[in-house]
Ligand binder design. Structure first.
Ligand code: SF4
Length: 73
């Protein structure tokens, strides 16, 4: 199991994650969205998380995110 976290407030909308890993990422309102994630707005910004069996292509998306706002653990 892996938990994927998207620090959406940091996202610059470059689209790399959606093109590398369309199974998990799409673009919406100029920023990325982690498909099926629960997004919450907090005092520290907007975050989305979801748990998956396998991080799969999210690893490549995280590695290629220019602002490093995709985290996997
Ligand atoms: S690669 Fe990173 S900065 Fe680019 S759209 Fe995806 S989450 Fe946002």
């Amino acid at each position: 199991m892996a938990t994927i976290t998207h620090e959406r407030w940091k996202c610059i909308g470059c689209g790399a994650c959606a093109s590398i890993c369309p199974a998990h990422w799409s673009m919406s309102s100029g920023k990325a969205k982690l498909k099926g994630a629960k997004y919450e707005k907090t005092d520290n910004g907007e975050f989305g998380t979801k748990t998956v069996e396998e991080a799969g292509c999210c690893k490549k998306a995280a590695a290629n995110c220019p602002v490093k706002c995709i985290h996997i653990k």
